[in-house]
Design a protein around this ligand. Structure first.
Ligand code: ZN
Length: 62
């Protein structure tokens, strides 16, 4: 998996740890601002910038 995908997954799992419902994997439907944020992060698309084979973030095309 590409480094930026690993980072995105990490950030999303950290975000979900902010929501008590998501943390407990509760099946209860809940209004979840964290889920909205995680979907937005998931949909980020950019070109990975690699310097000296190190990931330096994404470049956004518009
Ligand atoms: Zn939640």
């Amino acid at each position: 998996m590409a480094e930026h995908e690993i980072k995105k997954n990490y950030i999303i799992s950290e975000l979900r740890s902010l929501c008590a419902h998501c943390v407990s994997k509760s099946q209860l439907p809940h209004r979840c601002p964290v889920k909205e944020l995680s979907l937005r992060i998931e949909s980020l698309r950019g070109v990975p910038l690699i310097v000296n084979s190190e990931f330096k973030g994404l470049l956004w095309s518009h």
